[in-house]
Design a protein around this ligand. Sequence first.
Ligand SMILES: [Zn+2]
Ligand SMILES: [Zn+2]
Length: 346
Amino acid sequence: MTIEGMCSPFRDLRDRVSDRWLPCLLDPVRRSSLGLKLALLSVHVVFVGAVFLLDGDLIEKMLTEPWYPALYLVLFLAALIQYFVTAGSSPGYLTEAWRAFLEANARIKESSASSKPPASLKNENFAVSVYSDQPEKAAHGNASSSWSKMVMLLHPPGTSVRSLTCTYCMLEQPPRSKHCHDCDKCVLQFDHHCVWLGTCIGQNNHCRFWWYICMETALCLWTKVFYITYLQSSISRTWWKDVISIILLCGLSIILIFLLLLLFFHSYLILTNQTTYELVRRRRIPYLRGVPDKVYPFSKGICQNLYKFCCARGGEYYMEQMPTQLELGELARPYTCLDLLTCRCC
Ligand SMILES: [Zn+2]
Ligand SMILES: [Zn+2]
């Protein structure tokens, strides 16, 4: 009997169980996403559970100083909740923005037809930065041509509509959007597709993603402190407990280095209003061609970038216009003493 033949009854049983109770498991993509979520949960349980099992003092401490492990438990649960919230959130798909644009567009026409005060696209869940009157300008004409007009206004002059149309979504992409082949959708301000979260990181969930990395880093650091304290303690323990602790501590250190690098990298991207995709593929992205090195075309200064990142309203779609050559030249201008005094970078 071949291995294939031996496995087929189990596969049939799995398919029957999935079909009856868990239909989501029939889809291979959702199955692998669920597998990753379970793997992440297991990693958390192993690293955190092991330290409590190995270190009996920690349980004692829990009884004498309950606030200390309680705080740790809060961080542990918060990191897991943040993981599931980020994984379940929309990164800001272009189709959603397009629908919001059409709805807002229809409301503008409706209000102008009934001679009510004209509604503004800015007041809806749709906003275009830099030129606030552009959506209204583009709103004249039929809905799909309005969208095309608006997108064209955001790109540098001379860009052809054809080169901007996503052949999968059949929609014109504003600057900073990209089609994700894993999600099979275009994502606004596409950063990357996160395998661990099973979703894209884009305009609407980048902030959640940063907080998730931040919480995981803090949790990892705190767990590492527990392991080090346990290994440094003078209590008598068996050799295998030491071996397990050292192996887990090494694994934890590698994860911590990775998390810290990720946290610093994303903090840098946020402060300069860039995405991972723009940084890595800078020379291959059409709208970034010709932009001088070390110029961040979408940056409005550290403070404004941070404000926009932290205080952007959920469910609102932002589309940024590519700066003109004149504005890019101004951004590329070397810093003078006056610029430093007037905090030009902020
Ligand atoms: Zn697309
Ligand atoms: Zn994706």
